[in-house]
Design a protein around this ligand. Sequence first.
Ligand code: 5GP
Length: 362
Amino acid sequence: MEWLVSMPKVELHAHLNGSIRDSTLLELARVLGEKGVIVFSDVEHVIRKDDRSLVEVFKLFDLIHILTTDHKTVTRITKEVVEDFAAENVVYLELRTTPKRNDSKGMSKRSYMEAVVEGLRAVTTVDIDFLPHKLDARASANSSSANHSSHETKRKKIYVRLLLSIDRRETTEAAMETVKLALEMRDLGVVGIDLSGNPIVGEWRTFLPALKFAQEQGLYTTLHCGEVPNHEEIRSMLDFQPQRIGHACCFDEEEWRKLKSSKIPVEICLTSNIRTDTISSIDIHHFVDLYNVNHPLVLCTDDSGVFATSLSKEYKLASSSFGLGKREMFELARTGVEFIFADDGVKQELREIFNSAAKKLE
Ligand code: 5GP
């Protein structure tokens, strides 16, 4: 496990509110319990439980959103989540979150996202690079000098970029609002759009206008695809040609063929798929087939808090379940760099990080 922790890794599928430390959730629940907003003893076991069906997961998210949706807390959890990923040598994190409006807290989708960005600024345990290089030459210069010094002083550095999620409960207008916000926040590190939320809720066509607009405007898109066997939706999502998809669990033969010929990279979340029973057992996970045909893949956590996992644990699970050694796991992590949504400058810097780590493997 030690080498999997120390190896550089990229995380491309992590939901902010799914990645909160249990200790933070319990602390927030206790405070709301004291204020009489919730009954702490009712929610404590829900937070502590770590095997949940897909339906229970979405119930838990409703609870988490009650606990976290004020600006100060959003800033706090963002900072903690980034620091936790950096602590296990994630060198590039694409963090996704659903911008939320909460009138009772004076929160708009924009102010929610500003609180997230505040969280990025608040990161202290590592150097963080979250602004696009081409728009911020100084940040770029700083980041390359930080690169040098990080080599000399061994201070860690993490690149973070943001994806805004559209929740499947939303309307076309609300989805469009999220895409417009993403466009306005490009200079603050927003690089793309994700479609997520309970897969049995909502219709794909509701979100299509907003997703098409996002693509036309040059935002990257990734879709939660095939968490349930909705074949019309899966085919239509593949026709849309997003830059990546998440999960890809319930595909039929025709959809596998379509996916493989499309070469769309798949964000694989092993623990999440097993815990939610989307895949009945690890030995029949589609990772194996996709890996064997060399389909673009990246291992991800999905919700490290909700599923009590970490990216190192996901690598360990893949390594032990599928018999992959040190070199293969390293190459798997390294290829993830090719599927990131950040600009080419970041890609190049990450390639260099992996190149120098590769020398230590030999
Ligand atoms: P947030 O966007 O609030 O930061 O993160 C939690 C949200 O991400 C959930 O409410 C849900 O919309 C989405 N999410 C997290 N995990 C999953 C998952 O496994 N599948 C799907 N479809 N959506 C998820």
